[in-house]
Ligand binder design. Structure first.
Ligand SMILES: *Cc1c(COP(=O)(O)O)cnc(C)c1O
Length: 218
């Protein structure tokens, strides 16, 4: 049952945080509910969980407005790649955007935020494994993109990464943490079902956990 998984994952986050000399409340568990319907999400809401992640604007627009009416303090995190032409919709729907990765998107989000008068927290996604299909800004371009994002009025909360699959994630998490430190950024969105404890030990402030909570996606 999903609520058992929720408590199990919260405990594992707390243990990993303690090992690293951190407090569990320094880590936000973003429950990635993509592909799952309201029936799967509601037990978590009823258990008091409020931070959820989605990867598609369209799916979020179909699924969340009704749930949000019942649970107005829900916070929605966009964890998937975003097309510039969906910036207005994304700004309207989400409280945080974890996938800011290129100048054209920075521009589109800045204009969308000005129009909406609403400024979701932004994470700059770093292409930490240099894999084009996962999106992310090239490591060398991060300082420039951060400057552009700040200039466009995006509230930059931190950095985000998706490490390559099938290899030890820790070196990638450590590199992202080092980059964030050098940029004076407090937020670190890293760690998924397979590696969130490692991410917490290395400083993650947001872990994005889907299948370990909801079961495998179809
Ligand atoms: C789907 C997704 C997740 C969750 O992945 P799991 O392995 O199911 O925990 C996390 N981050 C991003 C960017 C995703 O697209």
């Amino acid at each position: 049952m999903t609520t058992d998984s929720l408590h199990d994952i919260e405990e594992r986050i707390a243990r990993a945080a303690k090992l690293a000399g951190r407090r569990a409340d320094q880590v936000t568990l973003v429950a990635v509910s993509k592909t799952h319907g309201a029936d799967a999400i509601r037990p978590l809401l009823d258990a008091g969980h409020r931070a959820f992640g989605e990867n598609r604007v369209q799916e979020t627009a179909a699924k969340w407005p009704a749930l949000r009416e019942a649970y107005p303090d829900v916070r929605l995190h966009l964890v998937g790649q975003l097309q510039s032409n969906k910036a207005d919709e994304a700004v309207a729907l989400f409280d945080a955007i974890h996938s800011v990765d290129r100048p054209s998107l920075v521009g589109a989000l800045g204009r969308a935020m000005d129009r909406a008068g609403k400024r979701p927290d932004c994470f700059v996604q770093v292409g930490i494994g240099e894999e084009a299909q996962k999106g992310g800004c090239a490591i060398g371009d991060v300082p420039g993109l951060l400057a552009e994002a700040r200039g466009a009025g995006l509230p930059v909360a931190g950095l985000m990464c998706i490490p390559p699959a099938g290899v030890e994630a820790a070196p990638y998490f450590a590199l992202l943490a080092k980059m964030a430190r050098e940029e004076g950024l407090a937020g670190l969105s890293m760690g998924m079902s397979e590696d969130f404890e490692t991410a917490v030990m290395l400083g993650a402030t947001h872990v994005r956990v889907g299948s370990a909570l909801f079961g495998a996606r179809a």
